[in-house]
Design a binder for this molecule. Sequence first.
Ligand SMILES: [Zn+2]
Length: 829
Amino acid sequence: MPALQRTEARTRARLLQVHGYRIDLDLTRGETVFGCTTVIRFGSAEAGAATFLDLRPQTLRRAVLNGTELDPAALDGNRLPLTGLLAENELLLETDQNYSSTGEGLHRYTDPADGEVYLYATCGPDLAPLVFPCFDQPDLKAPLAIAATAPAGWTVLGNGAGKQVAEGRWEFEPTLPISTYLFTVVAGPLHSVYSEHDGIPLGLHGRRALAADLDREAVELFEVTRASFDRLHELFDQRYPFGRYDQAFVPEFNWGAMENPGCVVFAEEMLFHSAPTEAERAGRAMVVAHEMAHMWFGDLVTLRWWDDIWLNESFAEYLGFRVAAEATRFTNSWSGFAVKRKGWGYDADQRVTTHPIAANGLESVAEAMSNFDGISYAKGAAALRQLVAWLGDEAFFAGINEHFARHRFGNAELAEFLDVLAESSGRDVHGWAESWLRTSGVDTLRVQVAYQDGGERIASAELVPTGSRPHLVGLGVFDLADDGRPVLRESFEVEVGPGRPTALPQLAGAPAPALLLPNFGDLSWAKVRLDQTSWRTVAAALSRFEDPLTRAVLWEHARDLTRDGELPPSAYLDLVAAHLPGEPVDAIVEAVLTFGRLRLLPYLAPAERPAAEARLASAARELLARPEADQGLRQAALKSAVENASGPEQLAELEQWLAEGAYGQELSAALRWAALLRLTVHGVIGAERIAVELAADPGVTATEGAARARAALSGAEDKERAWQSLFDPASGLSNAQLTATAQGFWQSGSEQLQDAYLERYFAEIPAAGGRGDIVARSLGSHLFPAGRSTPEAVALAERTLAEGELTPVLRRVLADQLDDLARAARIRG
Ligand SMILES: [Zn+2]
């Protein structure tokens, strides 16, 4: 089934003008298919011309072009040839379409708690034909008029305003012109809460079983939604154009959220069934603002082709963090960006698979899918932050507003974006883009200091960059107070040219500082390397810096040194032991403990891991023992104390926590299942106990938790059963269950058993590509043997990449995993 190529899209865009779609869905036809009747009106620039329509039906029942019946057998893969076009055309399609269990197309979910059914459509980037036949490319925009027949008692949401016109019959007003990948419907016996702000009708929706969560969270969700609208309306000349603004929280969603105009869809985990940390709340506020920013960047003005996804994602990501920091109570959002989100991007930018932020020349949608990564999001946003620092707000937003005015309800690409910014600022934005957007990799900023007066004073200091980009960076100069606390003496900004040492005359003759910190304020995208004195200060006083953003930058620096093999894993654990228990920001605590558990453990030989786990757990317990630690910190620490619990004493304590709660609180469902997983891994409990716990509270968390725990049973038969369910396409696991099973698999089993599955993994994984990108991504990442950091495993992975027949997405996922595995094997030595 060929993915659309850029050249084909270009040809079709020149030929066609799509005037509108009428999409009528029948959601009452049972569990496997839904009916779809689509009418497309479109013009052709050339009479008699030929083109094709994209569709992936279960059955094409009927196709009628300008009154003439077409032969359904003409359907070729996912394309229906159309010939003899008139200047104006009408095309009618009647199709049966399959429901999805992988979140691709129209996903159907049965709630294990009450048997209710919920549906939602995901169409990006090229999945719309799984729901309705269309010309599926971003630059053929058209109004969509949606209608649906649904079971009685359901609510149906779509892009734009709709209502129930008769029992079970829903009709929506046509939207403004939008791209097909932005279509959605959400349907089921939804629980809804409504409000209004500044003339915009607002709605929040979720499963009925989550009604209490939705009602509780509605206050903050509406607050963040209103504040984000207000801030974006201050920044942009163009008001929000799409009418209603619904936000629906859905089960088994593959991404954080999706920016469908008028009807944003979120992973329902963001309703926080378990008590969230402050970092999770801040993260959600950022996502709410991110999706809203897409209403302008992405929905109003859309990329012309998928190689420009950064235009959508970097911008939404930048504004997501900025609006959260400026307009909501989450004023520390940039610290979360520095310590967590940027690490995702730095890792991606240092793998062999890295690519420029913009215009990578990807020809097919399938390849472009691989680039929904830390570079398109985190690095792109960091680059925009650097650009704004360099141009100033006024010129930046003048350019952006001109961009919206020129291309509203249309499409644009990189060149057009740069043109408006160059005009509004009068700066060499094209030159900046060459070095920032069309290159890959991370520059390093190194401080070099020479002293005089026996080390009392600085003789000279310079900032030495490696790499190809100019940077505008802050430099922080710190002294130590009498009690050993670092105090900021001064900070200033420096423009560093590409690859040239830049003298810092501000510091000549100044008293020797305790720390010179490049990239102070985190305005740029760069690794930093400190002089020896500065690093000693960090090691001694990391938790005592007052500014959370500075601590975030320093923890990221320590992580980077560890990944590069310049700081031994044991030294990183020393930092954790010394400074994490005193850290008050839960975003930092979470990021450090997550890195410790997921990345640092594979840097150690298996025999050394239990001791490292114990050190992580101890730091978490010390945090829990602090009387002033707030709720969010406690959640983050408790999670780590559970996940890293080892040894008979700590495992016995887990049983106690399950029975009586921990530190005065009942364990949330997610923590309960994390504890049960840990007990399963260590052979304390077995299949029977898992079944009893699942029966006691059969919700989403439990279903996935039980799947994860069952895969972690260590018996040979248990392992084989889990393996079969992962690799047999007929096993019917949903995307969420598949991922949970994959996550549990390697957590137990004898060395010998694991070796056997290691071989099988690399033999069987290529075939998973044929099961679609979501399954491939899940098995390629969550089931990848990341903990087996041995030369043998590296060799097996290398052979699969060299010889295996792999889809673009699977190839990319495996190459990323191999890069991390090889890095771990090198550090482990
Ligand atoms: Zn986005």
